[in-house]
Write a protein that binds this ligand. Structure first.
Ligand SMILES: NC(=O)c1ccc[n+]([C@@H]2O[C@H](COP(=O)([O-])OP(=O)(O)OC[C@H]3O[C@@H](n4cnc5c(N)ncnc54)[C@H](O)[C@@H]3O)[C@@H](O)[C@H]2O)c1
Length: 280
């Protein structure tokens, strides 16, 4: 049976078909074509099955965000399906899941590959969203390092002396990578994505209960509980709450918003900045 007779549907490309990415896609998927990309075939099969059985038009593509060529092929595949109006990048690994090097290569360089590749494919009035993290606010980079990052091509980010010297432990590597995501969106918004008349922003979520977060909870002992209890919201959030904001940033009501970050953390960073909670 043909569920939808419309041709030339706008394309949504999702890199990282995990909890948050899938929730965001579901909020904007009606009447559009979805291309799911992930390193895990199991994830792709499960998520595409769920979306298909909810009536959505889905294709899948195995893609490794660590590999520039793989990411470029993914962007080309998206463009071959129609006008790429939406790109969402949620591929990532958290501190308890990976080494500092892996985190930098995936969350920082891999995101750069995707922003660069989709910067050549986005349709006019399209929009992109990178999922960064509240941790992007936890390790302040010196101004001159931020400028250096903004001027450095993706392939050379791992060579930046400050990053090499500082990101020696997974937690710090994650904080730096997630701050770099904000800068990657700023840079793209002002250059490559601007040239295509497309927008790009980041969301920095706080503690969102997903498989990735469960790994963090296991590794962190009481730290997360104290962080949650010290925050204004005094709770964790779900991927659906991030999806609500993601749909807004990707949608037409956000047409004047580009190159910026939206922190959605229930007040964790406010509690750190004011001294109500001390980061360990
Ligand atoms: N859950 C949280 O509390 C939280 C908070 C802040 C930021 N984040 C960030 O949000 C993003 C999404 O995380 P989530 O919580 O939805 O986790 P998730 O584990 O559900 O999703 C991450 C996805 O990335 C995929 N992936 C991993 N390595 C990949 C690779 N090399 N190539 C392609 N895909 C790859 C995984 O297979 C998975 O499907 C991540 O970048 C994470 O760092 C999560």
């Amino acid at each position: 049976m043909i569920f939808d007779r419309n041709e030339n549907k706008d394309v949504i490309a999702l890199l990282g078909a995990g909890s948050m990415g899938t929730a965001i896609v579901r909020r904007i998927a009606a009447g559009r074509k979805i291309l799911l990309g992930d390193i895990s075939e199991k994830n792709l099969e499960q998520v595409s099955h769920d979306l298909q059985y909810s009536g959505y038009d889905v294709e899948i593509c195995v893609v490794n965000a660590l590999d520039k060529t793989s990411v470029e092929s993914f962007a080309e595949k998206a463009a071959s399906l129609g006008n790429v109006k939406y790109f969402i990048d949620t591929a990532g690994a958290s501190p308890s899941q990976a080494s500092p090097e892996h985190i930098l290569k995936l969350d920082m360089v891999g995101t750069g590959y995707a922003v660069d590749a989709f910067g050549k494919m986005m349709a006019a009035r399209g929009a992109g969203l990178i999922i960064s993290s509240q941790t992007g606010y936890m390790h302040r980079l010196p101004d001159e390092v931020e400028l250096e990052i903004l001027r450095t091509p993706t392939d050379k980010l791992m060579d930046i002396a400050y990053i090499k010297k500082t990101a020696v432990q997974s937690g710090i590597a994650y904080m730096i990578a997630k701050r770099v995501n904000h800068l990657q969106a700023q840079k793209a918004a002002a250059t490559t994505w601007k040239e295509r008349r497309a927008r790009i922003n980041t969301i920095s979520p706080g503690i969102i209960v997903t498989p990735l977060a469960y790994d963090e909870f296991k590794a962190a002992g009481d730290n997360y509980q104290v962080m949650i209890d010290s925050s204004a919201a005094m709770r964790t959030a779900s991927s659906d709450e991030i999806a609500e904001a993601g749909a807004f940033l990707l949608g037409e009501h956000a047409a004047f918003i580009t190159g910026t970050d939206l922190l959605i953390d229930g007040g964790v960073i406010a509690s750190i900045r004011t001294g109500a909670y001390k980061l360990h």
